[in-house]
Design a protein around this ligand. Structure first.
Ligand SMILES: NC(=O)c1ccc[n+]([C@@H]2O[C@H](COP(=O)([O-])OP(=O)(O)OC[C@H]3O[C@@H](n4cnc5c(N)ncnc54)[C@H](OP(=O)(O)O)[C@@H]3O)[C@@H](O)[C@H]2O)c1
Length: 377
């Protein structure tokens, strides 16, 4: 028996040593596209990150212009926007690196997921779009002059919406819409939105209003007028008032910030209320973020045994949902809130601003027509 236990212990130890060794090798062998860089034969400008770290490491460089496959649409990018995930991928805490596969350096060196622009070319299986169409949706990496997208990740841009507005919608708009749906919002319900003034929050306020709900928005002092202007019925300035101490009860809490405990949020939920956890504390990596993720999971698991529910979800690319956002914009029920607009070459500066975590709506990146014209000369 003793011999068997010794043998098992030795095997475990050996496996541990081997996996540490393999991890070490994987770490040092991990390379990025930058290491294999050649002079592009058909160049375009794009934002490139060869190393993980701060926005100072983002470069505005020539890369190969993408070519669409049979199922893709090539888009001439007019506008894109920055999201929490771009800041996350840029810095990549270790856990995220394990998921993306680039342990020491980013495997994918380009960023951006939202896009609005003009269709330049289509693959042979594409049926919904033709060259010249103005579209918006999701495409990676969109911080570039051109990007390829699946046709089901795009919809036609309404004529009353600018490229800047449409380019800000993709991830934030879908996150807000799918999050509110996760909360099963119904007309007449009371909905509280924590973190109402940022990229996701400004969409959430307007979408929740379009569902016929009574919306209470939580934001800081300088954003009170903004959230009121986009339709919030009530506004709580979190610098002056603690929303979890309110006597009001909410059917749905849509939480973009995740800075309050389960008990605090539970207190202001109706007995069958749903709290949807979208965020982990504003944009950009910051202290305490991992414990907030842990707190979110704990709340989610604990609520399996109670009538009040704490829900988590992951935003998915659905053309039907992009179409809902398109229609909401076309009918004027949702107007994207744009805080600041930067040129593609100024993306590092835009990222520094986003990382402060206090944007008033979306931070948009535009690809100037003259930038594109000068490139084709
Ligand atoms: N579930 C998903 O699949 C998914 C997808 C995308 C994004 N997200 C999440 O959505 C969250 C929000 O993203 P975003 O793009 O809207 O970020 P953002 O544009 O940077 O907005 C952050 C918001 O947080 C607010 N805020 C910061 N500290 C606060 C506090 N102590 N109390 C209340 N509000 C506070 C800011 O408002 P003030 O300036 O007024 O403080 C701002 O409105 C991110 O944390 C991200 O994790 C989730």
């Amino acid at each position: 028996m003793k011999r068997i236990l010794k043998w098992i212990a030795a095997t475990i130890l050996l496996a541990l040593i081997l996996s540490i060794f393999a991890g070490f090798i994987a770490y040092w062998r991990s390379t990025s596209e930058c290491d294999r860089k050649t002079v592009p034969s058909n160049p375009m400008k794009a934002i490139v990150q060869c190393e993980y770290g701060s926005p100072d490491l983002l470069k505005f460089e020539d890369v190969e212009k993408p070519v669409p496959n049979d199922n893709q649409v090539l888009i001439k990018v007019r506008a894109a926007s920055l999201n929490f995930i771009d800041a996350g991928l840029m810095r990549s805490p270790f856990l995220l690196r394990l998921m993306t596969g680039g342990l020491r350096k980013p495997k994918k060196t380009e960023l951006g997921s939202d896009v609005a622009g003009q269709v330049e070319a289509i693959g042979k299986n594409v049926t919904q779009f033709k060259p010249g169409d103005e579209v918006f949706g999701l495409a990676r990496p969109s911080l570039a002059e051109y990007v390829c997208a699946r046709e089901r990740a795009l919809v036609i841009k309404p004529a009353n919406v600018t490229f800047e507005q449409a380019g800000s919608v993709g991830l934030a708009g879908l996150t807000a819409l799918q999050g509110l749906r996760t909360g099963k919002i119904q007309p007449g319900q009371r909905v509280l939105i924590n973190g109402a003034s940022g990229g996701v929050g400004t969409f959430a306020v307007q979408i929740a209003k379009s569902f016929g709900t009574e919306v209470t928005a939580v934001c800081s002092t300088s954003k009170v007028d903004l959230v009121r202007s986009i339709g919030a019925d009530h506004v709580i300035d979190y610098t002056k008032e603690d929303f979890t101490k309110s006597e009001q009860r909410y059917d749905v809490i849509y939480d973009n910030v995740g800075n309050r405990s389960r008990a605090e949020r539970s207190r202001i939920l109706t007995p069958n209320g749903i709290c949807v956890l979208a965020g982990i504390g504003g944009a950009g990596p910051h202290e305490g973020q991992l414990s907030r993720i842990g707190g979110g999971y704990k709340a989610f698991l604990a609520s399996r045994f109670s009538r009040q529910k704490f829900q988590m979800y992951r935003t998915t690319t659905k053309q039907e949902d992009l179409a809902v956002l398109r229609d909401l914009m076309a009918t004027g029920k949702v107007t994207p809130v744009i805080d600041r607009t930067y040129k593609l070459s100024e993306t590092a500066e835009a990222m520094r601003y986003l990382e402060q975590g206090h944007a008033r709506g979306k931070v948009v990146i535009t690809v100037e027509q003259d930038e594109q014209a000068s490139l084709s000369r």
